[in-house]
Design a protein around this ligand. Sequence first.
Ligand code: NAI
Length: 348
Amino acid sequence: MHRVTLIPGDGIGPEITEAVKEVFSSAKAPIEWDVVQAGESALKTEGDLLPLKTLQSLSLNKVALKGPITTPIGTGFRSVNVSLRQKFNLFACVRPYKNMPGVSSRYENVDIVVVRENTEDLYRGIEFAPGSPEVAMITEMSKGLIATDAAVSIKSISATASRSIAKYAFDYAKANGRKKVTASAKANIMKFTDGLFYESVRSIAKNYPEIEYNEVLVDALCMKLVQDPVEFDVLLLPNLYGDIVSDLVAGLVGGLGMAPGANIGSKMAIFEATHGSAPDIAGKNMANPAGLLLSATMMLEYLGEVDIAKRIETALYTVLNDGKYVTKDLNPNGVSTTEMTKAIVAAL
Ligand code: NAI
């Protein structure tokens, strides 16, 4: 039995984590859930976005399944997701996206893994408000290139973190029979930061002669992805570009409701879907549980429970292929979250 931290999260989070619990229980997955809160729900009940109890549970169990968390825009709160990734050094965000049976998409044979650096870049959170002493100092240092009424954010890219994520991507490619790694950034404009990213990745790529390596500027990558996604295999990106490109690739294979993900460090892993808390459909029993369910099967594989992971995936694919008992993001005449969950349980 594996004890795993479960964070239901905000918005659609509780609905889709409930779905995963139900499927896991029917599949007799050997998981004991340690349920704790984070995000808006934790702020309401415990007065803290990221309570100590939650951090203790994560430190103890070292593996977690997490629902999405709402991050209030433009207020003083830092993102709970970003804090968790930095606090536990979950440096690798891994998101496998491929066409699934019965899920309509403009493309066929897409099978792309986005590997995103998860701890630094503009998401480091070094940001200053207009008129702050820091902005005045930066304005002074930049010889007036930055206006004093500007808000300023600092992009910090290190060779250490870039090499770590590159090593992760190449090891992943090797272990999973992947043929090619494509690094992507904007090094023609961001010469020092993205330049250092490329330079660091190249220093690792040369140790993996069996894996093809190339670089594509991130704007060109977006165009090439929508023109011919099949030419890509593993994509390796710094944090911000990785965040944006992840959603783009999710859109190529059926949308955010289907997109899984994992945040992996050397000692801990938190599994979560790519999507957010979807406030527009929260509480309406409409959310597609597949993204979180596939993240949960990634978690089972990480824990060595490969057979049960495969059984659950097969059950999900059966339901998707049938196309009737799926949520409305996949079929306008589709069913609710709970009905889709029941169909997955029946398929098991
Ligand atoms: P979102 O991913 O929550 O929603 C974007 C669109 O996709 C919406 O139309 C939504 O209804 C749809 N969608 C998302 N998940 C779905 C699902 N499972 N089934 C069916 N449709 C689904 O992105 P948005 O609206 O930009 O962000 C909402 C909140 O989520 C924000 O506070 C944001 O900061 C937070 N967020 C949290 C993440 C996390 O906890 N890992 C990741 C991304 C955003």
